[in-house]
Design a protein around this ligand. Structure first.
Ligand code: SF4
Ligand code: SF4
Length: 439
């Protein structure tokens, strides 16, 4: 198979060896979970339960508070013990609902529609919206909204993102190996809902077993194609994946629908399948707990809202003091002040580094080497954007492409002067958003 790719990008060590051979293991019911009200892009959900209420696993406990918002469900049965602020996987404090387990793990009733592919499109969309699914690759866009493009933006290609280009993470890899047919059925549902005639599954070359399996299962379906992709970061970013798989270029500031494409993560496809066939809400997901100090790195199917500290304990703890904990992958994830955060629908991994790996390097003056420019997958000048932000020249930063930056971190990774380019760009994005709000 000829491997496809995109221009620019970098080649970090993939470090997948820690957990890639670990089969998905079910997490036992935790003593408590925190269901965050912001697990997605858009308005936080609104609670419909109060402290003291008893809830079943799978019961609706928070509703959307706007068009781009989401349903949230209890992921264990028990009692609502607090509604307040808890640590979010971004490291910030955010509103959530705490449920303390009754130890019964009693679930709401599900269905089994064996003929789920015959359901009308509107019914499928209703089930996906009811299940509270948001993109599970990290971006967190509500799935029912993404699957409802306006009539003037027809979709002809649906791409499943099985790239998992972030170093260390292996949850999507294991999902493709252990639930391949369900993932493919999820893709077929996405194609039916969007009207896409072609379905593609993009997988990076460091997962040859997943490529082979998907290829075997799709070989008799003439409208499905498995695309092998070169190991190159950020191969899994939406615009880069679309270009590599189809050759189409999403315009600056545009969405994939501008070129007739919809992209969904493989975990999201599985959740779509379960919501459509069983009316199962999104109450669990696979997460990789990995890194050099994790005693037994694992891929765990855990209830949404499980505390990171409980997951690490399930992996038999650590072999050395933790120097840094990152929620998500090391390139785009968030450094955490502690392991008290609870996982959300977008939590693909937790990576723990030792103190030596976590050592931060001093920042030096820019050498004008242009390495950051050469590798930027969005064709930007990261050094110019960052210095414009640093010197409070927001207009120049915007002109240089501040809003087109996908925060992939490649520029900071290659910078020999160790300039915190992404952090400066992120600061610029926050300042820009504030300036827009105050207009
Ligand atoms: S400027 Fe943005 S898109 Fe370009 S390499 Fe840096 S983080 Fe990635
Ligand atoms: S890579 Fe670093 S040192 Fe080189 S031009 Fe970019 S910001 Fe300057």
């Amino acid at each position: 198979m000829r491997l496809k790719t995109f221009p620019g990008g970098i080649h970090p060590h993939d470090e997948k060896h820690y957990s890639k051979a670990a089969p998905i293991t079910n997490f036992p019911t935790p003593n408590r979970v925190i269901i965050h009200l912001s697990q997605h892009i858009g308005a936080p959900s609104t609670p419909i339960v109060a402290v003291g209420d008893t809830v079943l696993k799978g019961q609706l406990i928070a509703e959307p508070s706007g068009f781009v918002s989401l349903n949230q469900h209890a992921s264990i049965s028990g009692k609502v013990t607090k509604i307040g602020k808890f640590m979010h996987p971004t490291g910030a404090l955010a509103m959530g609902i705490e449920i303390t387990s009754d130890g019964m793990d009693q679930m709401v009733e599900l269905v089994d529609d064996e003929n789920f592919m015959s359901l009308p499109v509107e019914s499928i969309k209703e089930r996906i919206a009811a299940a509270g699914i948001s993109g599970m690759g990290g971006a967190g866009f509500p799935t029912h909204v993404k699957l409802s493009p306006p009539a003037d933006k027809p979709i002809d290609v649906a791409i499943l993102n099985g790239v998992e280009c972030e170093p260390y993470l292996t949850s999507d890899h294991r999902l493709m190996l252990e639930h391949a047919q369900k993932v493919i059925d999820g893709l077929k549902i996405i194609m039916k809902v969007t009207g896409a005639r072609k379905g593609m599954i993009g997988i990076e070359a460091n997962k040859p077993d997943a490529i082979d399996l998907m290829h075997k299962l799709c070989s008799k379906e003439k409208n499905l194609e498995v695309v092998g992709l070169k190991m190159q970061y950020p191969q899994g970013a939406e615009k880069q994946l679309i270009f590599a798989a189809t050759g189409r270029k999403v315009p600056a500031g545009g969405l994939p629908m501008a070129v007739g494409v919809v992209v969904q993560n493989v975990g999201t496809a599985l959740a779509i399948y379960e919501a459509t066939r069983y009316r199962k809400p999104l109450i669990d997901r696979v997460i990789s707990i990995t890194g050099s100090v994790v005693k037994k790195p694992m891929n765990i199917l855990a209830p949404i809202g499980t505390l990171y500290s409980d997951l690490v304990e399930f992996c038999e703890g650590t072999t050395a003091p933790v120097g840094k904990a990152i929620s998500g992958g090391p390139m785009m994830g968030f450094a955490l002040p502690s392991l008290n955060a609870a996982m959300t629908k977008g939590s693909s991994g937790l990576v723990l580094f030792d103190e030596k790996e976590a050592k931060s390097m001093a920042e030096h003056t820019c050498l004008r080497c242009a390495r950051c420019v050469d590798i930027c997958p969005m064709n930007l000048m990261p050094s110019l954007i960052a210095s414009s932000v640093k010197y409070h020249d927001l207009d120049s930063a915007v002109e240089a492409g501040l809003n087109d930056c996908i925060k992939c971190g490649s520029c900071a990774y290659v910078c020999p002067a160790r300039i915190r380019l992404v952090q400066w760009i992120d600061t610029g994005k926050l300042r820009y958003a504030e300036a827009q709000r105050n207009k």
